[in-house]
Design a protein around this ligand. Structure first.
Ligand code: 5GP
Length: 193
């Protein structure tokens, strides 16, 4: 997605050869117009799949997910990283090791919001090692619902997340794929659409 790639080049920073900072439009400040475009693109990619629900992880997955869900006219469910006092329902839970925070959180979703007949599109801001995606898949599995695909805003293709998910036969669609962040330079993978 050209607008996203341009934004990454203009406003992203390679903090190291592994971590990309995109606080100016995705992870802290949010660019709503870009989110609208991201929503349209995920819709274009998955519109024929009868998706009934989008599942994401708080907090940075929420903005692109809501914009996508608006196109599908379906709800978004976000898995929580912390237990809330109002969370009194039965929960599906899964551990997820956070790549950027270097800590393990138990993420959870109420059993009210994913059910057996749901066809779920998982959306997240980044794909690195696939830990977050795996945990979200586990929540869908626990609900005995179906994962239709995984939509990623920024994939770091030099890390193993995509291969791991594809080996398990999941469809992964990433709107920007980064081949390298070495020496502070952001290089995209050429074979993307
Ligand atoms: P994974 O679970 O695939 O290893 O990592 C994905 C999660 O870690 C995403 O939800 C994202 O929040 C965070 N993450 C991983 N790599 C980066 C990165 O380079 N930059 C930012 N901002 N977040 C990242």
């Amino acid at each position: 997605m050209d607008a996203l790639k341009q934004k990454i080049l203009n406003e992203g920073t390679a903090l190291s050869d592994k971590v990309l900072k995109v606080d100016k439009f995705l992870n802290h400040q949010i660019d709503p117009e870009l989110m609208v475009e991201i929503g349209r693109e995920f819709y274009r990619l998955f519109k024929d799949q009868n998706i009934t629900k989008i599942l994401t992880l708080e907090s940075s997955g929420i903005a692109p997910s809501v914009m996508t869900a608006l196109n599908f006219k379906i709800p978004v469910v976000f898995a929580r990283k912390r237990k809330s006092l109002t969370h009194t329902d039965r929960l599906y839970t899964a551990p997820v090791y956070s790549y950027t925070k270097q800590e393990t959180n138990i993420i959870s979703v109420s059993d009210q919001f994913i059910s057996q007949d749901d066809k779920v599109l998982i959306i997240d801001d980044f794909l690195a090692n696939g830990e977050a995606a795996n945990a979200l898949i586990s929540l869908v599995d626990q609900a005995e619902a179906e994962v239709i695909g995984i939509g990623i805003v920024i994939e770091k293709s030099f890390q193993p997340g995509r291969d791991m998910l594809e080996e398990k036969n999941y469809r992964v669609e990433s709107l920007a794929r980064i081949e390298s962040l070495a020496a502070g330079e952001i290089v995209f993978k050429e074979d993307q659409n």
